[in-house]
Design a binder for this molecule. Structure first.
Ligand code: G
Ligand code: MN
Length: 392
């Protein structure tokens, strides 16, 4: 058992260092950032993980000092890591680090001195830490967000009110707790929760990292469910800086085809279509000159700006080789043209009988789009699990 005095001595003797665990993108099959993890290399050669000294530091009120001791180490390492696929780098913080603005000033000072872009750094805070902290903590964290740093909710699923905290704090990433990931293949309930968390992040338009991925079957589950990134022993253990930089490839990663993003596109379309029809029907029932016919209470009408339009752009490079990808784009454009026409007609005062043919037309194009998206999904699944031939 270590004591607070040991920790102080460890800092004086420069015994703390950071290890880095790569995150792996399921979108483009490559490293996409890393998490900095604190390690204590003691004089006797032993290596202590945070669980064995962070609670001691916390009880002794030493955490803010320990964090500010680590920040210069992080920036030192960033000089090596920046412009590699290991950025953005996330680091773990606690609410006590943000009780005053010292850490914020230290980070922003180091950032401007280093010339590193703020987007290359992300703070990880657990939901519990966020929930039990006061306005001052939230203000300081917001300050870093406004400066351009990312903010990840660590261990998502272990607190009591993750969703409430998500709605109140400016999180840009959800990290699903490794416990949920570990159980999702053996418990249906856990599988539903993981899939819903992935969908939640997608709808909030924020990033998602699944933690503690150890098996290929977990990797495939997450790929199909549409997770954007994974982290865990399957990809790599946390590595020291030199070991990390010497690593040329991560062999544990199976081929990935972003099949889960097709599922997301299908769900996005189903929601879009329903919201559009709902707006058109509700508006058509109003008096022809009713001001609320002019409201923008309808889904995105511009094809390139809706969720599917943005998916074509972001997932395009990874999926464009699928036979029906370009055709899906054409049908999607047609869908938006019909949707925009229906909205324009109700704005001009059309009643239900007049817009019904447009709703029917929308239905026809919508089914065409779903048909193509499902074909894409089949093609992607065959490419992923079927006989391996040189399709891409
Ligand atoms: O709470 P947080 O997510 O920051 O914890 C990360 C910890 O989990 C690190 O100490 C890291 O070493 C450990 N870890 C990382 N990947 C895996 C994994 O695949 N399996 C297990 N069991 N632990 C992991
Ligand atoms: Mn973490």
């Amino acid at each position: 058992m270590v004591s607070a005095r040991d920790i102080e001595a460890g800092m004086a003797n420069q015994e703390f260092c950071l290890f880095y665990q790569p995150k792996y993108s399921l979108r483009h099959s490559g490293v996409a950032g890393s998490e900095a993890l604190l390690r204590w290399r003691r004089a006797d050669g032993s290596m202590l993980p945070p669980a064995e000294f962070i609670p001691v530091a916390e009880r002794a009120g030493l955490l803010p000092r320990l964090t500010s001791h680590i920040v210069p180490l992080l920036f030192n390492d960033m000089a090596t890591l920046h412009k590699t696929p290991y950025t953005p780098v996330s680091f773990n913080a606690t609410a006590s680090d943000f009780r005053d603005d010292r850490l914020v000033r230290q980070i922003l000072g180091e950032l401007s001195a280093s010339g590193i872009a703020p987007e290359q750094l992300e703070v990880e805070l657990t939901e519990g830490e966020a929930m039990h902290s006061g306005a001052q903590v939230q203000e300081n964290v917001q300050y870093l967000r406004d400066a351009g740093l990312g903010l990840a909710m660590d261990d998502f699923g272990t607190g009591y009110s993750s969703v409430d905290t998500l709605s109140r704090w400016p999180f840009s990433t959800i990290k699903i707790d490794q416990g949920l990931i570990g159980r999702m293949l053996t418990s249906e309930k856990n599988a539903h929760i993981v899939r819903s968390a992935i969908r939640l992040a997608h709808e909030l338009d924020i990033d998602l990292v699944a933690e503690g991925v150890e098996q290929e079957a977990q990797y495939h589950f997450l790929l199909e469910a549409g997770a954007s990134k994974v982290q865990g022993y399957l990809i790599s253990r946390p590595l020291g800086l030199h070991e990390l930089m010497a690593q040329s490839q991560f062999t544990g990663c199976p081929v990935s085809i972003a099949v889960g993003t097709i599922h997301m596109a299908i769900m996005d379309h189903i929601q879009w279509r329903k919201r559009l029809v709902s707006f058109v029907v509700r508006s058509a029932m109003l008096a022809p000159g009713a001001p609320s016919r002019q409201l923008a209470d309808h889904p995105q009408l511009t094809a390139s700006l809706c969720a599917i339009g943005r998916w074509f752009d972001s997932a395009g490079p990874g999926l464009a080789w699928l036979a029906d990808f370009e055709r899906a784009k054409l049908v999607h454009d047609e869908l938006h043209a019909v949707g925009a026409r229906a909205v324009a007609r109700v704005r001009e005062g059309a009643g239900l009988a007049e817009v019904t043919p447009l709703i029917d037309e929308l239905q026809r194009v919508s089914l065409g789009l779903l048909d193509i998206l499902m074909r894409l999904e089949n093609q992607a699944l065959v490419a992923l699990y079927g006989p391996k031939c040189a399709t891409h």
